[in-house]
Design a protein around this ligand. Structure first.
Ligand SMILES: NC(=O)c1cc2c(NC(=O)[C@@]34C[C@@H]5C[C@@H](C[C@@](N)(C5)C3)C4)cccc2[nH]1
Length: 232
């Protein structure tokens, strides 16, 4: 997160850190007791290794009462996701067991009504992604508020030049922005997850390249279908 600030500890109890060998790679959030939602591109450099999912955390290193690392039983990237673009950039992770819910571990509902968030709506995004252009990695969860910008503005030829589909949305990226490692985290507007930070590498903090999110409403059926099928 660039230009943001340290979140109030454990006030975002839905936040997940997707880790490999103890290293934070991507964000995510608890979408059901045994399921975390993130971005498909987050598996780009993992080979066939499965993530571990840290829940209940504020600091990535310090001991905290409800912090717990969960093994992943299975990972389900959206079938439409591919490494050439940002389309269908969603990943569902089934935890080895149901997460133990408590003050620091809670599910976050996602938007099911397929209607664009109005431009200028201020949403918030949190993550353990880099906080400076030099690549400084924070130990504690950061957050920033960002206004939604219209798809037309985001698709202008000087911005993302027509690549933003109806299944994507954008926020202003002037100075305050998501960045490397924030991918997979939720864009929360009015207490509901409206989008997931895309994981394509993009320049951060430059107003000419707004942040891009995968909208969740268009994927409600896919999310419900995977969770129902795999839960048995
Ligand atoms: N979403 C953004 O704003 C944003 C992302 C981003 C980025 N790249 C990533 O964050 C990942 C995401 C996953 C896991 C890791 C390897 C990778 N290939 C796939 C790319 C790191 C690099 C530079 C600027 C960036 N900006």
């Amino acid at each position: 997160i660039l230009g943001g600030y340290e979140a109030r500890p454990h006030l975002k109890p839905f936040m997940a850190s997707l880790q490999l060998d103890g290293q934070h790679v991507c964000g995510g959030f608890l979408v059901a007791e045994q399921w975390v939602l993130s971005a498909a591109h987050c598996t780009e450099e993992t080979g066939d290794k499965l993530f571990q999912v840290l829940l209940g955390a504020h600091s990535l290193t310090e001991q905290e009462p409800h912090k717990r690392l969960y093994r992943v039983r299975a990972q389900f990237p959206h079938p439409g996701s591919n490494k050439h673009n940002n389309k269908d950039d969603l990943l569902l992770l089934q935890l080895e067991e149901k997460a133990e819910l408590n003050a620091d571990v809670q599910v976050l509902p996602f938007q099911r009504e397929d209607r664009d968030v109005a431009p200028d709506t201020v949403c918030e995004v949190a993550g353990w992604g880099i906080t400076s252009h030099s690549g400084r990695r924070p130990d504690r969860l950061q957050q920033v508020e960002r206004p939604v910008i219209s798809r037309d503005v985001c698709n202008h030829r000087t911005r993302h030049d027509g690549t933003i589909t109806n299944n994507m949305m954008c926020t202003d990226s002037r100075r305050k922005d998501t960045c490397k490692g924030d991918s997979g985290g939720p864009l929360v507007c009015g207490g509901v997850a409206e989008g997931v930070v895309t994981a394509g590498s993009r320049v951060c903090g430059n107003y000419k390249k707004p942040a891009i999110y995968t909208r969740l409403a268009p994927y409600a059926a896919w999310i419900d279908g995977v969770m129902a099928s795999a839960d048995g």
